[in-house]
Design a protein around this ligand. Sequence first.
Ligand code: HEC
Ligand code: HEC
Ligand code: HEC
Ligand code: HEC
Length: 215
Amino acid sequence: MNHKQLLGGMVLGLVLVAGVLVVTGPTWTAYAQDAGAAADKYGYEGNKSCKKCHSATYKSWEGSKHATALNTLKPGEAKEAKEKFKLDPAKDYTTDETCLKCHTVGLGHKGGYAIPDAADAKAVKEAEKLAGVGCESCHGPSEEYAKVFAEIMKSKRMYKTEELTAVGLVVPTEATCTTCHNDQSPTHDPAKKFDFEEMKKAGVHEHEALKQREG
Ligand code: HEC
Ligand code: HEC
Ligand code: HEC
Ligand code: HEC
């Protein structure tokens, strides 16, 4: 092997390593917040549309800690937890983006939560639809799949889940939960391992039987 070939081999090697880094990059950069948001292909729309068709599920979610997660960031709320984890109970964290990314739906993504101007009543109302950990935090941005569900409901036909996941629906797994339930949370207790089955029972919503789904 002459000098040129050796140099060529080294350059090729570097290109390969760089390629691998690009491909695998996200595994260390990231805790991507919110299911399915990575590509920003579909927009978030808020929980209200889900409520129309999944009223029982909505009700049980409404009673969960997820639903009130934005409220937790207000001064005076969750005082004990804040003190225990060295957060300031008197501080208003509702405008702190480092908190909002896990305590609202889709911050920084298409259609996602935007901090409203308190004087703008319309913006405040809009923001309410995306406050807390909502349906789309776990099931992905619904801009497209909600339309498909509407058609499925109307036609009463059978469907396969893949039809919906192709347009942004997420069937949540443990990885969906740990985009937020991880050590970037200031109240995270490293001694408490995330037990998916236990946590599902404790904190998600009641389940409904699917009658139109195939398989
Ligand atoms: C978008 C971020 C996010 C995702 C995704 C998420 N959570 Fe949470 N979760 C939170 C936040 C924030 C709280 C704290 C809410 C509060 O009390 O203000 C919480 C609280 C909880 C709680 C109650 C408090 C506790 O620690 O016991 C349970 C149970 C829970 N989550 C289960 C789950 C499960 C199961 C999944 C996945 C199927 C999931 N979460 C996905 C952000 C998230
Ligand atoms: C990486 C996601 C993430 C970030 C960032 C985050 N949180 Fe949370 N937060 C959670 C989750 C998940 C929980 C549920 C308990 C746990 O596992 O930490 C939670 C719970 C809490 C609780 C306890 C609620 C209770 O009722 O006991 C408080 C208080 C809180 N968060 C405040 C904050 C504040 C303030 C910030 C910003 C400085 C913040 N969080 C940033 C995910 C996050
Ligand atoms: C914290 C995450 C989380 C949130 C928030 C959430 N879900 Fe789910 N959802 C799940 C999980 C986990 C499953 C079960 C997935 C599986 O294994 O089949 C599920 C299943 C479902 C199903 C399938 C039938 C069933 O009940 O199992 C429907 C419908 C559904 N969710 C609707 C909603 C609606 C509507 C909302 C908002 C009101 C919502 N979900 C909020 C995690 C979540
Ligand atoms: C127009 C009515 C309608 C709307 C709006 C709607 N859904 Fe549904 N959804 C359905 C129907 C119908 C099914 C199938 C029910 C069945 O099989 O019995 C379904 C099924 C689901 C399933 C189960 C998918 C599977 O195959 O495992 C999930 C998850 C779900 N919906 C979440 C949501 C969420 C989250 C929203 C809001 C963003 C939403 N849906 C909005 C009508 C709707």
